[in-house]
Design a protein around this ligand. Structure first.
Ligand SMILES: [Zn+2]
Length: 213
């Protein structure tokens, strides 16, 4: 009879396509890892906390070159398989940290979602296995990249929330990249209006420039 060890199947890293080493600290922390430890280190996890008004915000990475490259491949080139590479490694930790929270994802325009065939923020944060409440929507189909800085600051004008009652809910607002903070600030206001009991923010990444200001 074969031993358990020789039977263990070898997972391949979704980023570099090298086999993921089994029985390492990395594989212990993330049993179904889809990226190897070397690739995770290239993302440069920081797990930082900062505040927007009185709300605690948590980000896993800075928006560095590697994060930018992979995110572009995922959301710009529609490489769906990459949905798990950003957060999966921390999914168990985040699942415990934000236990009892309901995720409200930052919306994209309906057109972008349709072109892509999926909503990249929802897919990325699905790995956390928390309940998802898609109650915030964009009302105008404009991409942030097409906007000037002034227009970006006003992006909040384009977000709306469904007629929901959040008074008994702990809400975790999530987004892929935190840049000017205008989207998150607007989302905070919207869920506050609906009476959210507690609000926290989780971001996959945050631009470095803002930290230096
Ligand atoms: Zn790798």
């Amino acid at each position: 009879m074969q031993s358990q060890q020789s039977k263990a199947k070898t997972d391949i890293c979704k980023i570099c396509f090298n086999p993921i080493e089994q029985n390492t600290f990395h594989s212990l922390l993330c049993k179904h890892a889809t990226i190897c430890h070397e690739c995770l280190l290239k993302f440069g996890p920081v797990l930082n906390t900062f505040k927007v008004d009185d709300i605690e915000c948590f980000h896993i990475y800075f928006y560095n070159e590697k994060v930018q490259e992979l995110l572009y491949q995922f959301k710009g080139c529609y490489d769906y398989e990459l949905y798990s590479v950003f957060l999966e490694y921390y999914s168990s930790y985040l699942n415990i940290k934000f236990k009892d929270y309901e995720i409200v994802p930052a919306p994209s325009s309906k057109k972008s979602d349709k072109d892509r065939g999926f909503n990249h923020v929802e897919e990325m944060f699905k790995t956390l296995r928390l309940k998802m409440n898609k109650c915030i929507h964009k009302t105008k189909q404009r991409k942030q990249a097409d906007l000037t800085t002034k227009e970006r600051e006003k992006i909040g004008d384009y977000l709306v929330i469904d007629d929901v009652n959040l008074s008994n809910k702990k809400i975790l607002l999530v987004d892929d990249v935190y840049t000017t903070g205008s989207t998150i600030k607007s989302m905070i206001q919207l869920v506050k209006q609906k009476g959210a009991k507690k609000i926290k923010v989780l971001l996959m990444s945050k631009t470095i420039d803002l930290e230096k200001r």
